[in-house]
Design a protein around this ligand. Sequence first.
Ligand code: HEM
Length: 470
Amino acid sequence: LKCQRPENFPPGPPPLPFLGNLLDLSLDNPVKDFERLRKCYGNIYTLFIGPKPAIVINGVQAMKEAMITKAVDFAGRPQDIFVTHLTKNGMVLADYGSSWKEHRRFALMTMRNFGLGKHSMEQRILGELHYTIETLEKSIGKTLSPQVMFHNAASNIICQILFGTRYDYDDDFIKVIVQCFKENSKIANGPWAMLYDSIPMIRNLPLPFMKAFKNIKTCNKFASHLIAEHKETRVPGQPRDFLDCYLDEMEKRAYDGSSFSEDRLIMFVLDLHFAGTDTTSNTLLTGFLYLMTHPHIQERCQQEIHQVLEEEDHASYDDRHSMPYMQAVIHEVQRIANTVPLSIYHSTTKDTELMGYSLPRGTLIIQNLNSVLNEEGQWKSPHEFNPENFLNEQGEFVKPEAFMPFSAGPRMCLGEGLARMELFLIMVTLLRKFQFIWPEDAGQPDYTPVYGVTLSPKPYLMKVQLRAAQ
Ligand code: HEM
């Protein structure tokens, strides 16, 4: 369990036996510590997570060299760790290889071609928004806590796409899945997962991490049930949703040796649901926190929405091309929200080099996305909420290359297209109809995020009014 640094490895803080550099990181919010270490050791440094050395990549230049120029070298996922064992056969933590590639290509294509008209992704998002609007209408003139509302919206949109159905807020399916994933994120972020990673011989003992495996079994049971239901009611060649598309594909490719199977489908849909829920809803929560506390920015969005949509029934995703200010605001929200601050761990797929250092195959890679999203020299205002970061002198929308909230390269977020559509349609539709006000008695807003796999703002209340112009 001694911490050994391979040859020509990047510098870093001296590790302790067994614990490595874990005491250099605060459990509450290591993001700040990552920044501090960057100031000491530069853009590439080594951090021992227990006895294992990890490389932390900071700043846009190093990030591009790794993720884009040397894409495949850095496209693996660490395999022998707790979270990977937990989601065996999934998508997010699948190692680089043919099965991951086949599933990724299938998912991207399926979401891109998701029917037009009534069944399109756009319609599924707009459909779910009726429920959000209903919730807000019930709170007019009052305050409400938006956490559950946004969480349910994001969860239901992805459920509509995956399973063709939405779930009432107190439905068992959603309650159980959300509870399991919440518990598992906590366990995965905690000390037991670290012990699991560091001491292989304790992995079969009845220790608290076992609860996480039990939770996954529960989720699997729910997902299998859904698949069985779909198999009974589907018409081959006429898919209603992602699940049907996968079953069609499985049949089509039954004899070509592909990796499509029902077992994989289970973890695949659970992964997509998990990856698509907290990310989107926490970004929305950050967005409305900043819009409420910067009313002049909210008002400028509303003016632009009003001008572009006029009497239209609803916004459509194409309207974004006529809304440079709204686009700038949404991107600025994503930049400041820093929703997945350390991305998802990567691993090198072969011996490689980065900025002159040698990294052996299988090196754990941590992307500090935060360091890119507020890197000095890349942004007009790196440290404050300011949509001008995405506007040029003519007021046109521009996207600097340091905008990487979805990461970059072959492992880049698979749900980017969906997430961007959701953020646009949800924010535009709600801002068109409602005024969001920071309650008078709420005191000073606290923008400090709560740390987890995803960052979220501290819980807050919002006051809602109907807009006069409606
Ligand atoms: C604002 C919302 C979102 C943000 C900020 C976000 C961010 C990210 C980031 C940083 C990664 C890691 C990329 C890497 O390892 O290099 C990722 C991966 C992933 N995301 Fe998202 N995501 C969002 C929404 C979604 C949605 C809606 C879905 C659902 C379809 C989704 C599905 C995935 C999947 C499947 C991966 C793993 C891809 C792979 O390993 O090949 N994400 N996301």
